[in-house]
Design a binder for this molecule. Structure first.
Ligand code: ADP
Length: 506
């Protein structure tokens, strides 16, 4: 029998299933998009039943690609984070749609919390590592309890369960027997004390969330239960779970303190492993739990942490070049356009279309293009757009180095826009560090597979996994230090201009 690990990658727009072999190669893959529900501007929901049915159908589809002498030995889950689901403990029926991480319906409630209760905000930051925001699960659960008829009474009687998407999938895979989450997903609810590894009673009280709704919290590499899937297989251990960004960090084998990965998708997600120390950020970065597994260098009951920062607009700026202002026809074309000129002729684009995140945190900042002369052509404009992704990443990394006192020597990359050689080279130049692109860019699903495979002994240890990580290309910095400083200075000026635009009241 040839054996594989099944990774369930439950993302914001699609459910995927990938079967990996021991070398981390993909044996089979299936993907299905599902419905996005927008009941009002700024509101985003998913139907929990469709999350489950789409996930089940891709599992079945991937399994049909296996022959009779091939089987699955464990399931690992990675999922969209923060999305909140509440369902009935007995029937398994959701009481409302899943409120998706992107949903802003509770923004006013969080604004009120910030205005009226700065002490609690500081407490939340200290305990959960997060800056209070509608993005995290806490206020979404509270919304369901406060707005859906009859739900609060049921919750107080202990009749309802809450879960993030991993919890929902495990509950369904085990036919309602297991109600559990992992440390990484718990750390995104804004209810979990990331130091004591327990749900925080004071925050639960503020949001009026009964503790009886909450799942048990276990390590990311752990046998949570067994899936009985009829013809698809019986008694398969569900042995790994992690939020998507933490799974990607693990899939990139960023196991050592100071290892970092950046995912270049619609936005960028940069995570740096900080080992067993939860680093408090003075620059507006988030402190979060990293996916880890018990091994000789990580004592039982301990977790590893990461610093996290995100760039709101990265690949989205390239989509804007294509769909918004029609400067390009497709994303890959930007590489040749950027390489056709040696610089931007002094032009900077700050794509603050939705405000600026860490380390600036200004929700009112807006996009800005500065430094134009009559010599500025389409190529310069396109190049300035791609460079802006690298500058934003550099700002985050600088903040991370400062917060953690760790020096970054190399960044591992993945995500759609990491395919762009120009962007990766410019990233290395502006950081002054190597940028390493692996052969397998399915790092999120791979991370979930690794966590599951480690729990059941499919892989012996992290060392064995590390041997799977194969480099496709390294980009080494070639830019002179003086040039780097000059260009970064220009970027800082452009940022100042965008902030001035946001703050000038006149
Ligand atoms: P997400 O998971 O956020 O949907 P992906 O990892 O699929 O994102 O990456 C898609 C993004 O990458 C898009 O915004 C697209 O503009 C950008 N992208 C894809 N290929 C390239 C390329 N060759 N050069 C630059 N950007 C690219």
């Amino acid at each position: 029998m040839r054996e594989y690990i099944m990774a369930l990658d439950q993302g914001t727009t699609s459910s995927r299933c990938i079967l990996f072999d021991k070398k981390g190669n993909i044996r089979a893959k299936a993907q299905k998009e599902y419905t996005q529900i927008y009941p009002q501007p700024g509101w985003v929901e998913h139907n929990p039943k469709e999350i489950w049915s789409s996930q089940y159908s891709v599992m079945a589809e991937a399994m049909t690609l296996l022959s009779e002498d091939e089987k699955i030995v464990a399931i690992g889950i990675t999922n969209q984070r923060e999305t909140a689901i509440v369902w009935d403990r007995e029937t398994g029926e959701p009481v409302y749609n899943a409120i998706v991480w992107q949903c802003r319906r509770t923004a006013e409630q969080i604004d009120k919390l910030k205005e009226e209760n700065p002490e609690l905000c500081a407490y939340i930051k200290e305990k959960t590592g997060l800056i209070p925001d509608a993005y995290f699960s806490a206020s979404k659960i509270a919304w369901i309890l406060d707005h859906v008829e009859g739900v609060r009474e049921k919750a107080e009687k202990g009749e309802l369960l809450f879960g993030t998407v991993d919890t929902w999938l495990i509950y369904n895979l085990t036919k309602g027997r297991v109600h559990v989450t992992d440390y990484t997903n718990a750390s995104r609810t804004m209810l979990f004390d990331i130091h004591s590894l327990t749900w925080d009673a004071k925050i639960l009280e503020y949001f009026r969330i009964p503790a009886s709704m909450l799942p048990e919290v276990k390590p990311s590499s752990y046998v949570y239960g067994h899936a009985n899937l009829g013809s698809l297989g019986e008694n398969i251990p569900i042995a790994g779970a992690a939020g998507d960004q933490q799974a990607a960090l693990f899939g990139q084998c960023a196991f050592e303190k100071g290892d970092a990965k950046n995912t270049y998708g619609t936005g960028c997600f940069l995570l740096m492993n900080t080992g067993t120390e939860a680093v408090h950020s003075g620059s507006g970065l988030l402190t979060t739990i990293a996916a880890s597994c018990e091994s000789d260098d990580n004592r039982s009951g301990h977790v590893e942490y990461a610093l996290e920062g995100s760039v709101f607009v990265a690949g989205a700026a390239i989509q804007w070049l294509r769909d918004g202002i029609g400067l390009i026809e497709h994303a890959p074309q930007t590489q040749q356009l950027c390489e056709s000129v040696s610089d931007t002729k002094g032009v900077y684009l700050v794509p603050a279309f939705a405000g600026l995140g860490a380390p600036y945190w200004n929700p009112y900042a807006r996009g800005m293009m500065v430094g134009m002369t009559s010599g500025c052509k389409r190529e310069h404009f396109v190049r300035a757009t791609l460079e802006s992704i690298a500058y934003q990443t550099c700002d985050l990394l600088t903040a991370m180095e400062k917060d953690s006192n760790l020096n970054l020597t190399a960044v591992k990359v993945d995500g759609g826009a990491s395919a762009n050689d120009f962007l990766m080279q410019f990233q290395a130049d502006i950081l002054g560090s190597s940028v390493m692109r692996p052969k397998c860019i399915e790092t999120t699903a791979l991370g979930a597979a690794y966590l599951a495979g480690l729990a059941v002994g499919y892989w012996k240890d992290k060392k064995e996994i590390k041997e799977n990580w194969q480099l496709e290309k390294t980009f080494e910095p070639v830019m002179e230090q003086e040039e780097r400083c000059l260009r970064k200075k220009g970027w800082s000026k452009a940022i100042r201009a965008a902030l001035y635009w946001a703050d000038d009241e006149e």
